[in-house]
Write a new protein. Structure first.
Length: 147
């Protein structure tokens, strides 16, 4: 309704929507619900995970990261909150590194790729093929299971 208030009076908008004017103003003055406050906090947590992933994690990986941190929520809720913040994930080395950066020399490219693989991809990036664990984490779990 706020978007249309400049063009139409509130009383007309309320009439079209079938709500009372006093009910609309009471709703507008009300504090956000517990769910809305929880969504806001979760949205901040999701944004932090997305930023820490260099903007690469989509819904499945954010879901796995939240679960690893002890926050258990549904994928659809995560998808909705990511959509509301216009957060999207990319999933390949080419997308994650090579298309984002330009390299002046071959040595610089090699150093960035090495840093990406050893500093991010292997130790922290969650892979769908190994149950959303990082390769380092997966190797540790495998070693523990073999004992």
């Amino acid at each position: 309704m706020r978007a249309h208030q400049a063009k139409l009076p509130v009383s007309r908008l309320c009439q079209v929507l079938g709500v009372s004017k006093s009910g609309y103003y009471a709703w507008r003055a009300r504090e956000p619900s517990a769910r809305a406050r929880a969504d806001e906090a979760l949205g901040e947590q999701i944004k932090g995970i997305h930023e820490a992933s260099r903007g690469t994690f989509g819904v499945p990986r954010v879901h796995a990261e939240l679960a690893a941190q002890g926050t258990h929520v549904g994928r659809k809720r995560i998808a909705r909150l990511m959509r509301n913040q216009e957060l999207r994930g990319v999933c390949t080395l080419e997308c994650e590194l090579l298309l984002r950066d330009r390299f002046a020399t071959m040595t610089e490219a090699k150093m960035k790729i090495f840093s990406f693989i050893e500093g991010w991809y292997n130790p922290r990036r969650r892979h769908s093929g190994i149950e959303y664990h990082s390769p380092v984490e997966h190797e540790k779990l495998y070693a523990l299971a073999a004992k």
